[in-house]
Structure formats: C-alpha cells, structure tokens
Design a protein around this ligand. Structure first.
Ligand code: NAP
Length: 268
C-alpha cells in the first residue's frame, strides 16, 4: 500500500466495517497510514445462495485482510453496537493492541422502513439502539483514552439526508438520524477543550446492501454513488481536530466545494 501518510501513527476505530460505506472508510484510513480497527458483527461469510450476496458478503476479517494485502495494518473486532459490553471491550482491545485511539467513525446503521401505523416496536427499538444509543455509548467508552492522550482526535458519524427532510415510510429512520446529528453536534462542544473534533458526514445515496432496492421514495433525484465515493471526505475529516474543523454537518457531495482543504467554514 502506498500510503499518503497523512494519518500515519494514528489509530482508528470504524463501526460497520464489514461492508458498504464502512468498508470503504476502513480502506481509506488505512491507505492514509492509520492502523484500523474494523468493528461489526459479521465474522463468517454468508452462504453463496444468499439473496443479497452482492452486498452482504462482507465480514470484518475480509476488510482487515484487504487492508493487510495492501500493506496496511488492521484488527478485526466482533462488536454489536447495541451491546454496551461489546463497545467497552472494543475500546479496551484497541488500546491493548495498538496502544491508543485517535479516530472514531460511527458508521454502523440500520434502516427502519415502515409507516408509523404499521410500525413494529422491535424495528423501532433496533433503529434507535443501533443508530443513536450505540454511537453515544461508543463515545463514552473511547473518550477517556483520547482525552488522556492529550493530543486531540477526530470523531465523526455517518448520517443521512433523511435527518433533515421527510422520507416516505421512514419516520423511525429519519428520527434516529436527526437525533444522531444533534447528539454529535452537541458533543462537539462538550469535548472542544480537548481539541477533539466531532462532525457529522452525510454520504448521499450509495449503492450498498442497505440501499439494495435503490427505490427509497423521494430519493430518485439523488445520484447513486459507489461506497468508495466517501474515501476522500472521510480521510480529511479523520485528520481534523477541534482547532481545525468541528461541530459541522457536512455533505460528502460538497467536499472540496463548501468544505475541505483550504476552505474556511464559519465556527458553529
Ligand atoms: N446507503 C445509503 O444510501 C446511505 C445513505 C445515507 C446514510 N447511510 C448510512 O451509512 C451507514 C452505512 O450504511 P451502508 O449503506 O454501508 O449499509 P450496509 O451495507 O447495510 O452496512 C451497514 C453496516 O452496519 C453494520 N451494522 C449493522 N448493525 C450493526 C450492529 N448492531 N452492530 C455493529 N454493526 C452493525 C453492518 O455490519 P454487520 O452486519 O457485520 O454487523 C454493516 O457493516 C449507515 O449508518 C447508514 O444509515 C447510507
């Protein structure tokens, strides 16, 4: 792997690293020189006759292997973000293996597709657990280490356009992402004094397992991108500290135009 080097010496945790957008973020951070902890639930390959083989074939081991084959360093860690003991152990294993934590990407997410009148409670609970509770508890368990290191750091989450507008049949998903946005933007203020950046990145419409049907109502006008489209924006965000860029909700599609290298953005 020819690393660009901008993240050399840094250690990153990425949740939902087994496939889709999370896998691309893992590969991008490793390419920039970070040691990457690939965290999500899937350790074993899905059967070849799976209806979603094209998208759902990812495991944490695959992602780590891709990084290793390219000359980078990665550690796959099985982690269900709905389990606080898994999140605590994720932080502990990262420090034990790589000695520090500098970058945390809260990418793991699930949809919640159902009109409210038909909404099954388990579906709502799952979306709130994965999309909000997990990302906040993740911060609870990684922050003490990042603060202790006294060198700042970068935390960001992957949100959705659904956090800001109506999406038919996806009230539960929209509310979970809107809450996530607010939580991370508030956290940015809480940890600013430690020079830790906290930002919110919206990826656009991306061709992944979650979006496998490609027909979410109200999204046809948004161009469908491949997961790798996130790489440059994620790498740049990962290199930030509170003193350079924090408390912002940004669109991947606007990277390099309204935000990014050399562009000054008003403080929140
Ligand atoms: N695709 C889009 O168009 C789009 C648009 C806007 C926002 N997003 C957001 O982008 C993020 C990534 O989604 P994607 O499109 O790449 O979908 P995806 O292919 O379905 O990937 C979702 C990832 O989240 C992980 N995950 C799900 N539940 C988990 C749990 N309980 N614990 C740990 N990991 C869990 C999955 O890993 P395991 O199954 O191995 O656990 C997988 O790696 C999500 O937050 C999503 O809301 C996507």
């Amino acid at each position: 792997m020819t690393t660009t080097g901008e993240l050399r010496g840094k250690v990153a945790i990425v949740t939902g690293g087994s496939r889709g957008i999370g896998r691309s973020i893992c590969l991008a951070l490793a390419e920039a020189g970070a040691q990457v902890v690939v965290a999500s639930r899937t350790e074993n390959e899905v059967p070849p006759d799976s209806p979603f083989q094209k998208y759902a074939s990812g495991t944490i081991g695959d992602t780590a292997q891709q990084i290793a084959e390219a000359g980078g360093e990665a550690l796959p860690v099985a982690c269900d973000v709905t389990k606080s003991e898994d999140l605590k152990s994720l932080a502990e294993r990262t420090v034990k293996h790589f000695g520090r934590i500098d970058i945390v990407v809260s990418n793991a997410g699930v949809d919640c597709e159902s009109p409210v009148v038909d909404l099954e409670e388990w579906l709502l609970d799952r979306a709130l657990n994965v999309n909000i509770r997990g990302p906040i508890l993740l911060c609870k368990y990684v922050l003490p280490e990042i603060i202790k290191q006294k060198g700042g750091g970068s935390i960001f989450c992957i949100t959705s356009g659904a956090s800001q507008t109506y999406r038919e049949g996806r009230v539960g998903y929209s509310m979970s992402k809107a809450a996530l946005d607010r939580a991370y933007l508030s956290l940015a203020e809480e940890v600013r004094e430690h020079d830790i950046a906290v930002n919110v990145l919206s990826p656009g419409r991306v061709d992944t397992w979650m979006n496998r049907n490609g027909d979410w109502p109200g999204t046809a006008h948004i161009p469908m991108e491949q997961p790798d489209s996130i790489m440059k924006a994620a790498t740049w965000l990962a290199a930030q500290k509170a003193s350079t860029f924090t408390g912002q909700r940004v669109e991947r599609a606007e990277f390099g135009e309204t935000w990014g290298p050399g562009i000054s953005v008003p403080a929140p």
